[in-house]
Design a protein around this ligand. Sequence first.
Ligand code: SAM
Length: 289
Amino acid sequence: MNLADFKTIEQILLKNGFSFKKSLGQNFLTDETVCPRMAESVCDSDTGVIEIGPGIGVLTAELGKRAKRVVAIELDERLRTVLPVTLKDFNNIEVIFGDEMKLDLSEIIKQKFNDCKRVCICANLPYYITSPLIMHLLESKLPVESITVMVQKEAAQRLCAKVGTRESGAVTVAVSYYAQAEILFHVGRNSFYPAPNVDSAVIKLTVRNTPPVSVNNEKKFFSLIKACFAQRRKTLVNTVSNTLGIDKEALKAALKAVGLSETVRSEQLTMEQLAKLSNELYKSSKQYI
Ligand code: SAM
């Protein structure tokens, strides 16, 4: 069964009375080259893969052909009748119905992949939850080697930007704290049915064993990063004091202490400089709570 073929998709969906839900980000891939390419870059016969949002199973089947085992997590209960048909040829694929954001993935990894050499995550993500979902996966510190996902092109550029450049934002810093990010390839909007209004890209986040910088307090570091990029047109001093309520003079002193100008903008700072600033501000646990 060719699950990337438009006619096949239409027949399956018609037979099961299925209609697309925009609210669940349901744009299904119809380009036969994309899923094999994605699967190829994710797994081999020793890999366990968690797929998020299998839809009718087009990427799932390609992962199933190459991986040791695949666990696919799908939110849409209406696909309960569809997936057993489209994935009937595979005995190494299991579908779990539920919300990825609410399931305990570390427990799933423990239970399902104990005989796999590595575990990876792969998904053609619903655009509406791209950044929260990626951050949720990274912050959970799951024992996974990589996260390979299709996202909107602009999100891909932001997520894979170099920290300290104009393209970077809070999410760039957060992602590069946990992983090395790269764009693997681009996918045009016409590769989907229904076609979305945007182009896409497949990105790979290779999870780091240790963060590239050392911070005194991760929670405070991330809230500082969020504040740094909350008002992009303003200087770091203004946006951080507006957002976190930290006194401007204290901020200027902290910038000076780490060798930075008081007129600096957040997007100009490297990861090391951001970490130094955070460590300077939060030297004592009582400061700026
Ligand atoms: N993988 C398929 C493909 O490439 O054609 C479908 C991708 S479609 C862009 C996104 C899929 O994610 C849909 O099947 C949708 O129902 C599912 N989804 C949306 N939110 C989800 C969530 N929170 N947890 C699990 N699946 C979700």
